[in-house]
Design a protein around this ligand. Structure first.
Ligand code: DGY
Length: 323
């Protein structure tokens, strides 16, 4: 079929692939895992629009390899730290992401991590499977409840707000830190108090990160910040791995500087700091924030619609923030 070429770097749900097929020629790599760099560079050659995943690095080299006809990179993710926006702008390429459609799924997963870390679910699961003897006891594997505790959120955007709504249903108080105050109706609905970072660190019982990865947020939580937290506090990261200094976190958890952590993302993903693997007080899951059938379908469909819209001259539906 004549028409624009849409290249998709991994398997995507059928409904998204079908939309692209109807709008032009679809070239798709059906692998589920990140494809090797050289294959990626060959795959994108000649594309008018590329749908990328968060592990596909979109930089000068890739944009060159794609060719001058490339007009859109539609990232199938809300985060776009894998994309060099300046290079894309130089090449006249519009970049889009998938905000909104994954907020609920990611917030659900975050609450799962909070519960798993505070109530020691993964540790308990490992104990039962180990076949070691155990018995109910008044002091056996105690965790800490959430009611009346403070959830500190860094980044009260779409996902952070959904986490806060859920946490309120668990009886938590909400505090947050972000560059700009949240809109008054959000603050009122969540009864959320905005605090400077130092105060948020010192007062949070659970600290949950929902900030994009930028040069400003890389290692936002390092040794000094972990030291400033309560010894009973729990750190949750379902944002981007490099926001936390993973080695410093492993040391803080081992030394009891904070009580526990729950991680969905990793500094050198998919590798995990080896020192974390031996610790019982950290729950580790493999970047599952948006991993539901419904959400992944919605993300891929939105990315496909963005690509189609850009190529048809109607402009992006959800351009990334700085474009
Ligand atoms: C995103 O969209 O940025 C998420 O990390 C995917 O789970």
């Amino acid at each position: 079929m004549q028409g624009p070429i849409f290249t998709v770097t991994n398997m995507v749900p059928d409904s998204a692939a079908e939309l692209l097929r109807q709008a032009g020629e679809l070239r798709l790599d059906p692998r589920e895992e990140a494809i090797p760099r050289q294959d990626l560079l060959e795959l994108v050659a000649g594309a008018d629009a590329v749908l990328t995943l968060l592990h596909d690095r979109v930089d000068e080299e890739l944009l060159e390899a794609a060719g001058a006809q490339l007009r859109c990179v539609a990232n199938v993710a809300v985060g776009y730290d894998n994309i060099d926006l300046e290079a894309a702008a130089r090449h006249g390429v519009t970049v889009t992401n998938t905000p909104g459609v994954l907020d609920d799924a990611t917030a659900d997963l975050t609450l799962g991590l909070i519960l798993a870390a505070t109530r020691r679910l993964a540790e308990g699961d490992r104990l039962v499977r180990s076949g070691r003897e155990w018995s109910w006891g008044m002091g056996f594997m105690l965790g800490r409840g959430l009611q009346g505790k403070r959830l500190g959120i860094i980044g009260l955007g779409g996902i952070g707000r959904k986490v806060a709504e859920r946490a309120r249903a668990f009886g938590m108080e909400i505090t947050y830190h972000s560059r700009h105050p949240a809109p008054p109706e959000v603050v009122e609905a969540l009864r959320a108090e905005r605090l400077p970072l130092e105060q948020l660190l010192a007062t949070s019982d659970v600290l949950s990160l929902h900030t994009p990865l930028t040069e400003q947020t890389r290692h936002l939580i390092g040794a000094a910040e972990l030291e400033a937290m309560k010894p009973t506090a729990v750190l949750i990261n379902a944002a981007r791995g490099p926001v936390v200094d993973e080695r410093a976190l492993a040391a803080a958890l081992a030394e009891g500087q904070i009580a526990a952590a729950g991680l969905d993302v990793y500094e050198r993903e998919p590798r995990v700091e080896p020192a974390l693997l031996d610790l019982d007080n950290v729950v580790l899951v493999p970047h599952l924030g948006s991993a539901t059938v419904e959400t992944r379908t919605a993300m891929a469909v939105l990315a496909a619609r963005n690509a189609i819209s850009v190529l048809s001259g109607q402009g992006p539906l959800t351009p990334v923030a700085s474009q």
